[in-house]
Design a protein around this ligand. Structure first.
Ligand SMILES: Cc1ncc(COP(=O)(O)O)c(C=O)c1O
Length: 369
């Protein structure tokens, strides 16, 4: 191992220009409005809605609180069918709201929750479905819409990975009842920590905005059991600047994905994901799946990369259904989730960020090939 090589981490955040940010901070210092729907918060909500092509955005301090509030806003009770192949916040939000997570299996290519698998788990206690656009790849929204209609269910999309993703020219966030976003530092679009709920009518947005501010409707009346999920002015100003370079970041990430795909295409036993037709992707992650024909196991390849200072991540291993608070649920078995288990055993997300250069990718590919 060459000790002088740079470490390559799975991701690296893009930051706003510091001088530009200082100018906005100066405005905050001058007007002394730090939180509670200040001018930057208002501007960021509007500009985000325009950028994303959605009717209403409610900003949050992070995506997890956004998920919890989304469930409250729709008054979801009982069983909610979701995926085990995700970050643990998806199902934690269900447990925090006293819902029962029901796990269904995923599709073998993209790892997204499968409508056919979901349908098998629908009972008279089912109230909602919570699919995740894993890695930012859209789930089968038409399939879930049909299920929702047929069984009268709500759909909350965990779109934490899907910032800016469009299908047939339309934002993927416009499907279902609500969608949530995460702007965590590791995401394609980041505000250090942050998140949002996308809603489709003003009454729902208002309800969400009360919920994220303790339930206050006005100075003196509390109309619902709220929490504190507000985004502050320092973060909203940061987010406004991040919006200015998101398109160029996504274009750079696309180039990284193209380099990877070209270099990996001849390697037996390494599977990667192609772009979906009619989808504008955001290239959040670059997962590869280490299949049995490859000479090393997934973990051997993962360790080999690591000792050479390449830090991939095994998203999503272990499956959420393996964690102690979920493993005794009736649907948390390997027999119920064979595809999710297989993908969790095969996946490595390779480093992916806008400034990853071709030399670094060659260094990574050399170790894989
Ligand atoms: C799929 C998914 N859902 C929810 C979250 C939670 O978002 P946050 O970290 O902003 O709370 C994340 C990421 O962190 C995620 O990857």
């Amino acid at each position: 191992m060459n000790k002088h090589q740079d470490k390559i981490l799975v991701t690296q955040p893009t930051l706003p220009d510091l001088q530009q940010y200082q100018k906005l901070l100066q405005q905050i210092w001058d007007n002394k409005w730090l939180t509670n729907n200040g001018p930057f918060h208002q501007e960021f909500e509007k500009k985000l809605a325009d950028y994303l092509g959605v009717p209403y955005v409610s900003l949050f301090s992070n995506g997890t609180i956004a998920l919890m509030v989304a469930l409250k806003a729709l008054d979801i009770q009982g069983e909610v069918i979701t995926t085990p192949y995700t970050f643990v916040a998806t199902s934690h939000s269900l447990l925090w709201n006293n819902n029962t997570p029901v796990f269904a299996d995923v599709d073998p290519v993209y790892g997204n929750l499968s409508p056919a698998a979901v349908e098998k788990h629908i009972t008279d206690k089912t109230t909602a479905i919570m699919p995740v656009h894993v890695y930012g790849n859209p789930v089968d929204v038409a399939g879930f819409e049909q299920l929702a209609k047929k069984y009268n269910l709500k759909i909350i999309y965990d779109a934490a990975h899907a910032f800016g993703v469009q299908q047939k020219g339309k934002s993927i966030l416009n499907y279902g009842d609500l969608s949530i976003l995460s702007f965590h530092a590791t995401k394609t679009f980041n505000t250090v920590e942050g998140g949002a709920i996308i809603s489709h009518d003003l009454a729902t947005k208002k309800q969400i905005d009360y919920l994220k501010n303790f339930g206050f409707e006005n100075e003196t009346s509390v109309v619902t059991l709220g929490i504190n999920g507000k985004m502050n002015e320092l973060i909203a100003a940061f987010g406004l600047l991040q919006l200015e370079h998101i398109d160029s970041d996504i274009a750079k990430r696309q180039k990284v994905a193209d380099w990877y795909r070209k270099a990996l295409s001849g390697i037996k036993g390494i599977r990667f994901l192609d772009d979906m037709p009619n989808v504008r992707h955001n290239y959040s992650y670059f997962p590869i799946f280490v299949e049995p024909e490859y000479p090393l196991t997934r973990d051997e390849l993962y360790e080999k990369l690591k000792v050479n200072d390449i830090y991939g991540r095994r998203y999503f291993y272990p499956l959420v259904s393996e964690f102690p608070m979920y493993q005794n649920l009736p649907t948390a078995t390997k027999e119920n989730l064979p595809v999710a288990h297989r993908l969790a055993e095969q996946v490595i997300c390779l480093p992916m960020y806008a400034t990853l250069n071709e030399n670094s990718i060659q260094r990574i590919i050399k170790l894989i090939s």
